[in-house]
Design a protein around this ligand. Sequence first.
Ligand code: GDP
Length: 190
Amino acid sequence: MKSEFVTSATNKDQWPQTSLPEVVVVGRSNVGKSSFINALTQRKKLAYVGNTPGKTRLINFFTIDEKWMLVDVPGYGYAKMSKQMLLKMGTMMDEYFTQREQIAGVISLVDARHEPTHDDLDMIDTLKQLQIPIVVVATKIDKVPKTKRVKAIKVISQKLQLPMATVYPVSSVEKTGFELVYRAIQDWIR
Ligand code: GDP
């Protein structure tokens, strides 16, 4: 997989002028988004891991195999953010999700160990309203004991009111679970 950073944007005029389909990755700060993107693209540092949570406040665009774009949007739910910054980021995200025409699907990351948060629910509800295809990735599944994994996925799917078959357990540390994610992406971009 050939991945290349294209640009960062805060608003519409900075979005890259291409018509490639875009797969967007969203999730709470610290959910493991950078690790997920790096494992997915098999790059060590495409997305920067270990950032101060929420420090990445821009929409980052990457081309993958010159066929599609992976879009990394800022992690939400970062408690230490000012009201003003929250508003600004909200506007930036709204603009992107409502106006970017080539969004093919969204990979929504949630922590496999916990019930989805209020912020996770808000995000999913927005995407559902916009009729954007969603796949949920439950991150850090290696931290859930094997016997409790099915139950964890069930809880997440019920809380988000999405079919269990669209919730994929993944470990970016053990590099497991990515096959199904690739398959979902392939379905979206072809
Ligand atoms: P981001 O803020 O969402 O980009 O999260 P990071 O990718 O920086 O990860 C946050 C923390 O979770 C880091 O300490 C990672 O090492 C850890 N982490 C990320 N993915 C996994 C995973 O699949 N398994 C385990 N055990 N830890 C992970």
